[in-house]
Design a protein around this ligand. Structure first.
Ligand SMILES: [Zn+2]
Ligand SMILES: [Zn+2]
Length: 232
């Protein structure tokens, strides 16, 4: 046992039981996502791709999401974020089934030839928020996914200003406006990675991922796949 565990014993981020960040009974309550969904319409989709009819210019090409958002997961994610429990996120990610990673590898095989550049990246936080929180959940997810897939992680985007939390915006229009022009690429480079797995924590309306994808594609990405820990 490390001294740190002795001073601050690990407690379940959902129910408070001592021993680990996600206790076994709570692990069992997490719902892994078994189906494959279209990013835009939420309907079932073969091999995680956006339906041809839902596809749009500069849009998201596919979605991989690990868990269905529910009460237990909601509490865990909230505690990781606001109490800064990084270890909790790693425990959560370690519960992601191998099937998700093989699905991602298949997406890459189909869309990218070997010479093409593939990267795992993430939705950035503004400087202020990152400084306050100490870490970015989306970046940690990207790190874990990149390691597991053996693909390089690269921070491709910057957030140029602080926005209202999306939860505080009411209409879709308001959400869009809140995000307009908020992301830009870190540096213009040629060639720009052609396939990007873009990580974020929770997929709700998808406005953030759409806006980030638009920017990545304008910079030269050919395919962008969203990777989220959970989906509402
Ligand atoms: Zn628990
Ligand atoms: Zn669709």
């Amino acid at each position: 046992m490390f001294l740190i565990d002795f001073l601050f014993p690990k407690a379940c981020l959902s129910c408070g039981r001592l021993g680990s960040y996600i206790c076994l009974p709570c692990q069992r309550k997490l719902k892994s996502i078994e189906g494959k969904y279209c990013f835009y319409c939420g309907g079932e989709s073969i091999s995680n791709y956006t339906h041809p009819a839902c596809r749009r210019i500069g849009g998201v090409d596919g979605l991989i999401t690990f868990f269905q958002y529910g009460r237990v997961l909601g509490r865990i994610i909230k505690n990781i974020k606001y109490r800064g429990v990084k270890g909790g996120l790693n425990e959560l990610i370690s519960l992601v089934g191998a099937v998700n990673y093989s699905a991602m590898m298949k997406m890459v095989d189909k869309k990218a030839s070997r010479e093409e550049q593939i990267r795992v990246s993430f939705i950035p936080l503004s400087h202020q928020r990152q400084a306050r929180r100490g870490f970015n959940q989306a970046e940690l997810i990207a790190n874990a996914v990149a390691k597991r897939l053996g693909i390089k992680q690269e921070s491709l985007l910057v957030k140029t200003r602080t926005t209202l939390p999306q939860a505080n915006t009411k209409s879709i229009d308001e959400r869009k406006k809140n995000l307009q022009g908020v992301f830009s690429v870190k540096k213009i480079r040629r060639p720009f990675p052609s396939v990007v797995f873009l990580a974020d924590d929770i997929l709700t309306t998808g406005t953030t991922i759409r806006e980030a994808t638009r920017v990545l594609k304008r910079a030269g990405a050919r395919f962008v796949f969203a990777v989220t820990l959970a989906k509402v």
